[in-house]
Every structure is written in C-alpha cells, then in structure tokens.
Design a protein around this ligand. Structure first.
Ligand code: FAD
Length: 463
C-alpha cells in the first residue's frame, strides 16, 4: 500500500493525484487531504485505515468521483481512491452479481449483458456504484422498478476501526440499514456490493416530443396526465435544455421491453394524445443501453463546471408543479445546463424496505447547472440558489445524491431515520473517522475535531 503525502509532494503533482477522476471541474480548493492512496485489494484498504488510525487522520473515500461537491476531498484525511480496484463476478444461475465500489453503471452492464442480465444503475454511464448505491440510487426506470439500493443483498465493509465485516439483513443489519440511503454519511468503507440483477431488456424503444418554450405549460400538463397510464416498464421524463433547435422543453418516454410489439403498445397512447406544436419528435425509435448511455453522457459533458439542487414533491391538488418549476425550466443560466422532472409513482406509494432511505415523493425535480468558464461561477450559482428557493417551496425534502451541502440544509431522511443514522454512526464510527462531507444535521454535537486529535507531525517515511 503506497500513500502519496501532501507535505512531501510537488504541489502540482499532488493536485493531480487528488483530483484524478473527479468529474466536476468546479472544485473546492480550500480542502486538501493529507495523503492519497489507490488500493487494489481489501488488504490495501485495511492498511490505509490502520495508517490513518496511527496518525490520527480521517479517511475519505472515492469510488466514481461524481459527487458534485467532491465529498472525497476532505481536510486531515487519507483519501482512499478506489478507482483501480475494479472486480465484478456474476452468478447467472442465481441472477446475482458482486461488484467493487468503483465499478460504474456502464461497466457493470457491459459485463452483465454477456449473460443477458442487467442492473438499473445510474443513468449517467460513469457514476460509481459506491456513491450511487449508498445514497439510494435513482437508476433506470426508478419510479417503476424502485431504488437501485433495494437490489443490494449484502455488502462487504471495512469499518472505521479497521475490521472487515459482512452485512446483510441478518448480520450487522444496522450497518446494512445505513448502507441503503446514508450516502456520504455511511460510517465505513464498502468494498463490495452483492446485488440482485434483472433479465436484460431485449427491446428498448423511445419516443420524444420536443416543444418550444411557448408550449411549456401545455406540454408539461400533458406529461403529468400520462403518469397513471404508462406501464411499469416505461420511464417518463421532462427535460428543458438547449438543442440545435434552441431552448426546448422535451418529453422523453423510454420503454424496456422484450419485443417491438410490446414497445409499440406501451408508447402508442402517449403518441396519440400528444399536443400539437412539436418542433421535432420521434416515435418508438430503437435504442440500446449504449445509445441511452451515450445520450446521457452527451448532456453531462466532462470538463465542465456543475452545480445542482433538487427536491421531492407529493401529489397535491393545491400545488401547481407547472408554475412552480416554470422559472427553473425556462430561464437556465447557460446553454449547457438542464432541468428535469421525473415522476416517482407508483414506487413512491409503496412501502419500501426498512432502510435509511426514507423520503419518497411522487415527483422529482432537479437542475443540473452546467457551464464552462470559471468567470460564470458566481452568476450560475446565484441563479441556482435564487431559482430553486422558489421552485422548492413546497418540496418535502431532497435526494442526497444530487445535493450540495454548501447550498442549504435540506431534509434527506425522515426524522426517525436521521436519529437512527446518528446512532449507527456513533456505534460504528465513534471517532468520526470516516469523512464523507455529510450534512450538518449529522455532525456529532461536539464536532469532529474534538474527537480525533490533529496529528502533531507525520512520520518521516510516511508509509
Ligand atoms: C453527470 C452526473 C449524472 C448523475 N446521474 C445520476 C443518476 O442517474 N442517478 C443517481 O441516483 N445519481 C446520479 N448522479 C449523482 C451521483 O450518483 C452521486 O453524485 C454519487 O455520489 C456519485 O457516486 P460516485 O461513487 O461516482 O462519487 P464519489 O464522489 O466517488 O463518492 C461520493 C461519496 O460517497 C461515499 N462513498 C463512495 N464510495 C464509497 C465506499 N465504497 N464506501 C464508503 N463511502 C463511499 C463517500 O462519502 C464519497 O465521498 C449523477 C451525478 C453526475 C455528476
């Protein structure tokens, strides 16, 4: 196990090591880990935790590097970058797979596809399983198939005190409870996820209706009426973004089926009821997981600056989502930015498993503010804060995965789940060693610094 240390490295070279595989180009320069290590096996991770314990340092973890605020960059920490620890094992007969945390959504599905299997991972191809599953995982067709973390059967964890443990519904069940929804507040390092997987959809088709801004209200009201009639293999989203046609509002319907006839049947009613006035449209066009991932990668480009916010909403006749979201949908501050709405029904009405994830709304609304130039940082972020303050007025809480704790304190769990998460964190990480950049609602009452002493000096050889 090799650790690269801040205080003995060239500043530029250390910066590169720290920020390697962080997706967002807008980076918190005021935070800096003490050391960085890239383990390739469990023993390396254990050694890094032991070293952190010896030196009184914290541990921060990176899997896919897609958290918007780069939660893996923490002060006084050894950052464990799992990017070189990638393993997947598939058990076709049992329809299960085991994957290490830095395996991405697309990597997992490319391997599963060889056995005609599929996992509803993140829409964006390169999101890591680690961050994605720990916070719940809003994967493909989430409103119908449920949260991706509901397919986690067990996890291998290295605890904050350097002990390897297996957790599932019967063994270390409190840690397993936390692993499905705690996100960056999880008090350990997950080395492997044991997953249930699904048969691979053989015929994926999509329809898309692109409207001008002038028809926003008509198009969105129509999309909302579709929710109850779409079948359970069909995912609906509305998205505002800039296209070659200019700023548009699109309704996209994707169906995951086993033959063309079923796909046609799923998409036909929406096609027949669509409002007039589209700028462009397609109906029941063939897709593949590769084409879907490519489309998502193109609207989430690398080398850009990102800032996000989001909220869940209940269906309520007194709340008019169309006017609530209008400003956010129609005044995006940069042509690379986009906003989207996803219905979460019918899953939002189900009794989900006992787990940390506990906020379920019928509607999900999020803005991915994306821009290129640092000079636009303030303008784009001020737009996001101002606009989302209004858009989220009636929200019941937020999804931790698309959140930034520096914006505001949101509600991420039900109150009793927040309490239980605090207890589990106290039990499994009494020193608050795992530094996840968790929201202030979860900070220990006396603050972390009072628990772990700052190291007076690092050993000379730093190994
Ligand atoms: C372009 C883009 C598209 C996205 N699309 C989706 C989407 O479709 N659905 C969705 O739900 N989310 C989506 N997200 C949000 C994304 O899932 C979260 O940002 C998630 O945290 C990223 O996980 P990661 O492992 O890549 O990130 P990282 O930054 O590596 O991890 C985030 C944090 O999770 C914790 N963590 C990660 N791995 C471990 C581990 N092994 N053990 C303990 N703690 C760990 C750490 O606190 C870490 O700092 C998207 C984000 C981006 C940037």
């Amino acid at each position: 196990m090799h650790i690269i240390w801040n205080d003995t490295s060239d500043t530029r070279a250390y910066d590169e090591v720290c920020w390697a595989n962080v997706f967002n180009l807008r980076r918190p320069k005021h935070r800096r880990p003490r050391g960085v290590t890239k383990p390739r096996c469990d023993e390396d991770i254990l050694a890094a935790v032991e070293r952190a314990i010896q030196l009184g340092l914290r541990i921060a973890v990176r899997s896919g590097g897609h958290s918007f605020e780069a939660w893996s960059i923490q002060d006084n920490a050894i950052m464990v970058n799992l990017c070189e620890y990638k393993q997947v094992k598939v058990d076709t007969a049992r329809r299960t797979a085991t994957a290490t945390s830095s395996v991405t959504s697309i990597e997992l599905n490319e391997i599963l596809a060889q056995d005609n299997l599929f996992f509803p991972g993140g829409h964006c191809p390169d999101v890591g399983l680690g961050g994605f599953l720990l916070q719940g995982g809003m994967g493909w067709n989430c409103g119908n198939w449920g949260w991706a973390c509901e397919l986690v059967q067990g996890i291998d964890v290295i605890t904050a005190e350097g002990k390897p443990v297996y957790c599932d519904i019967t063994q270390n069940s409190d840690l397993f409870w936390a692993a499905r929804g705690a996100g960056p507040a999880f008090p350990g390092i997950v080395t492997r996820f044991h997953l249930r997987v699904m048969p691979c959809p053989q015929s994926i088709y999509s329809s898309c209706y692109i409207f001008p801004h002038a028809l926003y209200a008509t198009a969105f009201r129509w999309a909302i009426t579709l929710v109850d009639d779409l079948d359970t293999d069909t995912e609906l989203t509305a998205k505002a973004y800039h296209q070659d046609l200019g700023p548009c509002f699109s309704i996209i319907i994707t169906t995951f089926k086993h033959n063309f006839q079923d796909a046609m049947q799923a998409l036909q009613p929406a096609h027949e009821s669509r409002p007039a006035g589209t700028l462009s449209e397609w109906f029941c066009s063939p897709e593949s997981m590769s084409s879907l991932y490519a489309a998502l990668a193109s609207i989430n480009p690398e080398g850009h600056r990102y800032s996000t916010d989001n909220g869940f909403f209940h269906d309520d006749p007194n709340i008019d989502l169309v006017s609530n979201f209008e400003e956010a949908f129609l005044t995006l501050p940069h042509e690379s930015s986009y906003a989207f709405w996803a219905p979460m029904r019918p899953w939002s009405r189900r009794n989900i498993a006992e787990m940390a994830l506990s906020l379920q709304g019928d509607h999900y609304f999020a803005v991915y503010t994306i821009w290129e130039d640092e000079k636009d940082d303030q303008r784009c972020q001020e737009w996001l804060r101002r606009t989302m303050k209004r858009a989220l007025k009636t929200s019941i809480g937020s999804y931790i995965g698309d959140s930034e704790f520096s914006h505001r304190d949101a509600r991420y769990w039900r109150d009793q789940n927040t309490e239980r998460l605090m207890e589990i964190r106290r039990k499994w990480d009494p020193q608050s060693r795992i530094a996840g950049g968790y929201p202030s609602t979860l900070a220990l009452p006396n603050g972390r610094a009072s628990v772990i002493e700052e190291p007076s000096r690092l050993d000379d050889e730093h190994m």
